[in-house]
Design a protein around this ligand. Structure first.
Ligand code: ADP
Ligand code: MG
Length: 625
């Protein structure tokens, strides 16, 4: 839904072509824009009010409030205040198991693969709609600053985000009324903010070290002729400044013989200590000691920590990030000597110990930390937005896919179609065949990961290619093609080459919302008529039924002498029933009738196939349904 702008003076209508750059952070979010008169990227909002805490408070009237106003409820109303929702985006309960206690609000236990839900004041919310609230408030902030409605944006995600998480981010944008032109990796945006590579003659290799509140990313970028190419990415979606806070809490617990579990059990006490710990951490970025008092469990405690104790307690966390850096270097086939620049991103890179550790690892005298580490990602997103708006035609961006993509083959094996670290956009395909005689459909299960067995990888989704003509096993030639777009979002096309039967899907992540949920949410958000949706679905079902009817009539006609009287009459009856139902509007009944017709015709379709002499095709075989 595009917004339009009407010039009241001369009545001309102008569509706003402004594109925003949005850093949807775990802890903080920002929106930026490139001012065309100066060509500079700036974060939007009142001075001191540019950073929007990614916190959502649910009022007693079930209204959602975002940002600083929401953050102030964290202590008193931990149950009703959602933070770090980005950690839940595109994730299931099992994904976050073991971490659920670190959330002050109620995440609903669930053993399905669906995205987690959050229960606040008895109402159920999902991470997409909560993230959409943050995006909406950024959109409003930008519209106020720029004085016009805006509907286009570029949104950044950690480089390590998988397909489900990227899709979920895109869905959140849609729900916020934004046309998301591109999902960009945060490190790519950060390097743009430093202007590295904007000079076309520059050739360099850099590392982007991003330690935020909740996530850590390391990216090795090669920049050549104005082209940004991600050589490798690595990271940890469960490492960040929040862990520094937790390390300080642990330190205090030991100091005062406080029981951590007891603290955690009282959500509001825990939140209060958490905020104290964060205050201490920030203070220690520029001071040597911190001291404060806190009243909990009817006692007043003096909480103190000095810089060296702090550094000792965060050492294992920082070491974890360094390990990721070494892996990224190894994946890119490089050593520290090949890295010409290191870019520091994220609020946690203000901690001097982090800067020193990174310098030591890359053996550098200095690192790039001159820009505000909170803002660089949003600023870079704005530059990318500017490129997509067509204002900087000379720059091209290339990313790589962080994990391999493939499908399940016989025996639960992972067959990789697009290997990890392939440049995107890309597409690749491979041929498969059936494993059973007369197999009429194939289940194609799509996975992401590096392990041999699909059970160890992440399932992205599955779909069914049906309508394969009955043939002996090994005879059908099924071409499965993966197309990965510039956002890292996957579309898949499966074609049975002998019959031309084709199916195309944009992969529906299992960890994302169900189709129905997205539908319902979009309906609510965009006031689409529900009746239209049903009409379209009915039309699709009837079209499908008509194709089935056509094929069955053809089968009956051309094999008349091979079928028994009984088979002819039962098929005839099933055909008539389906024809009759297609005149009505009962979609469910049409589907059931189609199913009945299929089961009536299947036995003789198989028999006909048996009579054909099959020449087995060698190749990988997919499991039968
Ligand atoms: P995210 O990208 O996850 O949204 P940010 O880049 O905004 O996160 O970083 C937020 C983190 O930075 C928080 O953990 C916050 O406590 C930390 N942080 C902010 N200022 C400082 C500081 N002066 N010293 C150390 N850490 C800081
Ligand atoms: Mg960030």
């Amino acid at each position: 839904m595009a917004r339009i702008k009407i010039n009241i003076k001369d009545g001309t209508i102008k569509r706003s072509d402004k594109v925003l750059g949005i850093d949807l952070g775990t802890t903080n979010s920002l929106v930026a824009f490139v001012d065309s008169s100066t060509g500079n990227a700036i974060c939007l909002g009142e001075e001191g009010d540019k950073i929007v805490p990614s916190v959502i408070y649910v009022t007693p009237e079930n209204e959602l409030i975002v940002g600083q106003a929401a953050k102030s409820h964290l202590i008193e109303e931990a149950d009703n205040t959602v933070y770090s929702v980005k950690r839940l985006l595109g994730r299931s309960y099992t994904d976050i198991a073991g971490h659920s206690s670190s959330f002050g609000y109620h995440i609903m236990p669930d053993d399905s693969k669906a995205m987690v839900n959050i229960n606040i004041r008895g109402k159920i919310y999902n991470p997409i709609e909560l993230s959409a609230q943050i995006l909406k408030s950024l959109k409003v902030k930008a519209e106020l600053a720029l004085g016009e409605p805006i509907s286009k944006a570029v949104i950044t995600v950690p480089a390590y985000f998988n397909d489900s998480q990227r899709q979920a981010t895109r869905d959140a944008g849609k729900l916020a009324g934004l046309d998301v032109l591109r999902i960009v990796n945060e490190p790519t945006a950060a390097s743009l903010a430093y202007g590295i590579g904007l000079d076309k003659s520059q050739t360099t290799t850099i590392a982007v070290y991003d330690l935020g509140g909740g996530t850590f990313d390391i990216t090795i970028l090669s920049i050549q002729n104005g082209v940004f190419e991600v050589l490798s990415t690595n990271g940890d979606t469960y490492t960040g400044g929040d862990d520094f806070d937790r390390a300080i809490i642990t330190y205090w617990c030991e100091q005062h013989q406080l029981n951590m579990q007891q603290l955690e059990a009282d959500k509001s006490v825990y939140q209060e200590i958490r905020l104290k710990a964060e205050e201490a951490k920030k203070h220690l970025s520029t001071n040597d000691t911190f001291e404060s008092t806190i009243a909990v469990f009817n006692n007043v405690y003096t909480l103190s920590i000095d810089r060296s104790s702090f550094e000792k307690s965060i050492q294992p966390i920082v070491e974890k990030t360094l390990k990721c850096c070494r892996m990224a270097l190894k994946d890119a086939g490089l050593t520290h000597e090949d890295i010409q620049d290191v870019v520091m991103v994220g609020g946690s890179t203000r901690t001097p110990y982090v800067i020193e550790s990174v310098k030591r690892l890359f053996r550098k005298e200095r690192v790039n930390n001159s820009l505000n580490p909170d803002e660089v990602v949003a600023l870079g997103a704005a530059i990318e937005a500017d490129i997509l708006a067509g204002n900087r035609k000379d720059i091209l961006l290339l990313d790589v896919t962080p994990l391999s993509l493939g499908i399940e083959t016989l025996g639960g094996m992972m067959d990789t179609i697009i290997p990890r670290n392939s440049k995107v956009p890309t597409n690749a395909g491979r041929q498969y065949t059936t494993s059973k005689d007369g197999q009429l459909s194939l289940r194609i299960s799509v996975y992401q990961g590096e392990r041999e067995m699909v059970a160890d990888n992440r399932k992205l989704g599955e779909f069914i290619l049906d309508g394969i003509p009955a043939m002996p096993a090994g005879l059908p030639k099924i071409d499965i093609r993966f197309m990965l777009n510039a956002d890292g979002i996957l579309s898949i096309e499966a074609v049975e080459l002998r019959s031309g039967i084709k199916q195309t899907i944009e992969i529906q992540p299992q960890y994302g919302l169900t189709d129905k949920e997205v539908e319902t949410m979009l309906l609510a958000a965009m006031s689409n008529a529900e009746a239209d949706m049903h009409k379209r679905q009915l039309a699709e079902t009837i079209t499908e039924a008509e194709q089935v009817l056509y094929q069955c009539r053809k089968l009956l006609f051309s094999n008349n002498d091979l079928l028994s009287e009984e088979e002819k009459s039962s098929t005839g009856m099933a055909i008539e029933e389906l024809e009759e139902l297609c005149k009505g509007d009962n979609r469910e009944a049409i589907n059931q009738s189609m199913e009945r017709l299929n089961s009536v015709t299947r036995p003789f379709a198989e028999r006909l196939m048996d009579q054909a002499i099959g020449k087995a095709l060698t190749g990988k075989k997919l499991d039968a349904l």
